[in-house]
Write a protein that binds this ligand. Sequence first.
Ligand SMILES: *Cc1c(COP(=O)(O)O)cnc(C)c1O
Length: 326
Amino acid sequence: MLTSNLPRISLGFFPTPVHELPRLSDALGGPRIWVKRDDQTGLATGGNKVRKLEFSMADAIQQGADTVVTIGAVQSNHIRQTAAAAARLGMRAVLIVSGYPPEHVTGNMLLNYLLGAEVVFTGEKTDITEEVMQAEREKGHKPYLIPVGASNAIGALGLVAGMEELVGQVKENGWHFDWLVLPTGSAGTQAGLCVGARALGYDIKIAGINVSRSTAETQAKVAPIAEACARLIGREMKFPLEEIISFDGYLGEGYSKMGPPEREAIDMAASLDALLLDPVYTGRAMAGLIDLIRKGVIGKDEQVLFWHTGGAAAMPAYAEKLMAGR
Ligand SMILES: *Cc1c(COP(=O)(O)O)cnc(C)c1O
């Protein structure tokens, strides 16, 4: 295995299944669409961060940490999966959440408390990471900082392993995919998948649908994470920015703002193939995929794999908007 000489802790259920979405394909009159179910990685409702955390948490333990500190938005799936990983490993989790406590504690935020994490809100401040780290040290703890989305070289290793898992499934089942479509936020997922595909010589177009950034900003985030991640598996790789496939046409009103395209994608996937998407990431990515199919960017005779990164735990926070007009 590409990552076998690196510290890793088992946290998830792997391999995750791959299956087809036949009714969605039919409804779009488009290509065959398959889905990689990383919403089924386990660990307190799962998601893509479980893959990253298998490496991040192993590094934390190796460095003698007893506490993990990480950062995210109120409905962050990443901080919830970090809280879950910490609980499983008997570590403390301190979650730095931007802004003020929400009026209604629901979705991922509710799970953070159930999982026993400590939640610190930034209020008006933009960055309190160093304060929190220092306070932890003063209390006698050994804190380990996991960056936003666990999107660094270590976290991205999880998706190198994920790509290796996929390639195994492709070979075993004789599948062929032209495109891999996924949501891209802090970019570690796309970076790791690119490294894995390159290392294995697997030819597939890895297309990120951005949830929060322009194409240029995203490419500039993916490349350095990918290059540093490649070094961890002993490879020198270059990722020219223009070769990183990134779509920023689906940002709508901005990060975590669900609009009509996300709503249509969520409704189609759920009602046609019982696939639950989330309003922030996979709903937006599926809206992008639907549009790329309608525009013919993705051809009818091509085959697409949609990488489902999880996120449905945030759904209750959007219940009112999802019910509007029904
Ligand atoms: C974090 C997250 C992503 C984005 O992954 P990055 O590695 O941050 O780009 C996509 N989908 C869901 C559900 C997530 O929680």
